[in-house]
Ligand binder design. Structure first.
Ligand code: GYE
Length: 304
């Protein structure tokens, strides 16, 4: 391309790329950080025209958003699928219209031929890391566990549950109850209230599929006169600032990170796909994990 840099920023190609991004909604701190990362990466300065849609975690609304992107004739569609199933038809429609689809964050059960690439996280490994820590610390004494699950049917919830359950198999940990809190603080609180009414101080351990549900549960635990982090140990996933603060303050006991800053990588993949260059079928971003001391050390530099 002649005289690179004719557009502002590092866009390279002169042609603006119109991208429809179908986000899940705004259920959590992780999601806010992810949306911001995507909007920054898909900026005008970077050569994009971004059409953003958040579906309020309603799968039908998200399918409708993707269909509307197809009708608008966008250059590419980025999809953070709320649930795994139900994508075959609309992804086929995108393919027939020659519009490439790039998945970010969660994945789908549809055939791999129906999307160009997936930029995401190893949710099963996240669950496993949480489960291993729990097994090491509580696996040899009788321990009663409750679980706050993420959105039912999402790859994040399904795979985290699988990884966690595999890791605690054969330990002295007993699962009292497991219910969805839809990745939100409000539902995390309500479901935990229900658990506490039913099982009271029998509960020794809470595994929440994300920080926000764990943070909601803190209110319920305190209202029941119990001390989070001590009477009930708490393990979560994400490592957003509020979660890390609860961990550093001793109210959580362990957090497995899930990196929401995927925007730059997704934008790079979209540019390649639109340019007809080959890309990998999946890019998995690495996560770490934190105990209370590690959270104290990491907190000052936390970006989200
Ligand atoms: O853990 C949760 C969010 O899909 C990884 O969705 C994402 C999850 C994340 O709402 O906080």
């Amino acid at each position: 391309c002649a005289g690179g840099g004719s557009t502002a920023g590092g866009g390279g190609d002169d042609k603006v790329i119109t991208v429809g991004f179908a986000q899940t909604g705004s259920e959590s701190g992780w999601r806010s950080a992810n949306t911001e990362s995507m909007k920054t990466a898909f900026s005008t300065e970077n050569g994009f025209n971004l059409i953003f849609n958040a579906a309020d975690n309603k799968p039908e609304a998200q399918i409708a958003a993707v269909r509307s992107f197809i009708n608008q004739g966008v250059d590419a569609i980025v999809l953070a699928p709320i649930v795994t199933d139900g994508w075959d038809d609309v992804l086929k429609e995108a393919k027939d219209a020659n519009i490439p689809v790039i998945l970010e964050d969660r994945t789908v059960s549809a055939s791999e031929d129906l999307y160009a690439s997936w930029v995401g996280l190893d949710f099963k490994k996240e669950g496993e890391t949480a489960g291993k820590w729990v097994a090491e610390n509580f696996g040899k004494t009788p321990t009663n566990l409750v679980v706050l699950e993420g959105t039912t049917g999402s790859s994040a919830a399904t795979d985290r549950a699988t990884g966690f359950n595999d890791a605690i198999a054969g330990t002295d940990i007993t699962l009292l109850d497991s219910q969805t809190g839809n990745f939100t603080r409000a539902e995390g609180k309500t479901v935990m209230e229900g658990f506490l009414q039913k099982y009271g101080s029998q509960i020794n351990l809470l595994f929440a599929h994300n920080d926000d549900m764990g943070l909601g549960a803190l209110d319920a635990i305190k209202a029941a006169g119990l001390t989070p982090g001590t009477d009930i140990k708490i393990v979560t996933i994400d490592a957003v600032k509020d979660g890390m603060t609860a961990l550093a303050d001793g109210e959580f006991n362990y957090i497995v990170e899930c990196n929401p800053l995927l925007g730059e990588k997704v934008a790079e993949v979209v540019k390649k796909v639109v340019a007809g260059e080959s890309v990998d079928k999946q890019y998995i971003v690495e996560d770490q994990a934190f105990d209370q001391e590690q959270a104290k050390a990491a907190l000052p530099d936390r970006k989200y």
